[in-house]
Write a protein that binds this ligand. Structure first.
Ligand code: B16
Ligand code: MG
Length: 211
């Protein structure tokens, strides 16, 4: 019944979330703020500057806008250095298989990511050709939980929002999908604000649920 599937990137198509974690860990140390998996969970899907603000909630320091920009840039430099190690092998065969079977079934596929590095990541994975459209952090003004990135992706595909399924790993992404009037499948075990339409252990489970 769906005509398109819109995939989150970090944490769904590849595990770049571990690189975000590593890169932010250093920032948290610099601003004397705690950082663990629970805090990291809140950063999933939200923009770089909003992520920094979440980390700064635990910091005793009060920073100027310039200092915040510098911290965000340094984090991004560390993150991109880690990303440059990515190869096509970092996109699991099961993920490529799943995309292929959905496409063969006639569904349009898009990426809907808050990341400004999405193009670089897809390039490193040699995965650009697997999608009909890519909407990322460079094309939006409000990041998840705002639905903008998913609505824009649906528009690029030319498919009404109500006929799109979003696949996410993050609470902010689930909220964004539902705010956009889309069904949502969530992968993994993040604590969610409400139940998604589908809950998956792995992406490979998706075709049998929706085809
Ligand atoms: P960047 P997604 C999101 O990507 C990440 O989950 C989130 O942790 C990150 O802060 C955000 O992209 C911005 O990333 O700093 O690369 O622009 O999950 O929406 O694909
Ligand atoms: Mg994600």
């Amino acid at each position: 019944r769906y005509q398109a599937v819109i995939f989150d990137l970090d944490g769904v198509l590849c595990t770049t979330d571990r690189f975000h974690f590593e890169a932010w860990k250093q920032t948290a140390k610099e601003v004397q703020a705690p950082f663990d998996e629970t805090i990291n969970q809140r950063l999933r899907g939200v923009s770089r500057m909003e992520s920094l603000e979440i980390i700064l909630e635990g910091s005793p320091l009060s920073l100027s806008p310039d200092e915040k920009r510098r911290l965000a840039e340094e984090k991004n430099d560390r993150y991109r250095a880690l990303l440059s190690q990515l190869t096509p092998a970092d996109m699991e065969d099961g993920v490529r298989e799943t995309l292929r079977s959905l496409r063969i079934a006639g569904l349009k596929l898009a990426v809907g990511s808050s990341s400004k590095n999405a193009g670089f990541i897809l390039h490193q994975l040699q995965a650009e050709g697997l999608f009909d459209a890519v909407c990322d952090g460079n094309q939006i003004t409000r990041s998840k939980p705002d639905p903008e990135v998913f609505l824009r992706a649906a528009e690029l595909l030319g498919i009404p929002a109500g006929l799109c399924l979003v696949v996410e790993d993050a609470p902010a992404g689930l909220e964004a999908a539902k705010a956009g009037g889309m069904d949502c499948a969530v992968i993994g075990d993040a604590a969610l604000p409400f139940a998604p339409d589908y809950h998956l252990g792995k992406l490979e489970e998706l075709p049998s649920l929706i085809l």
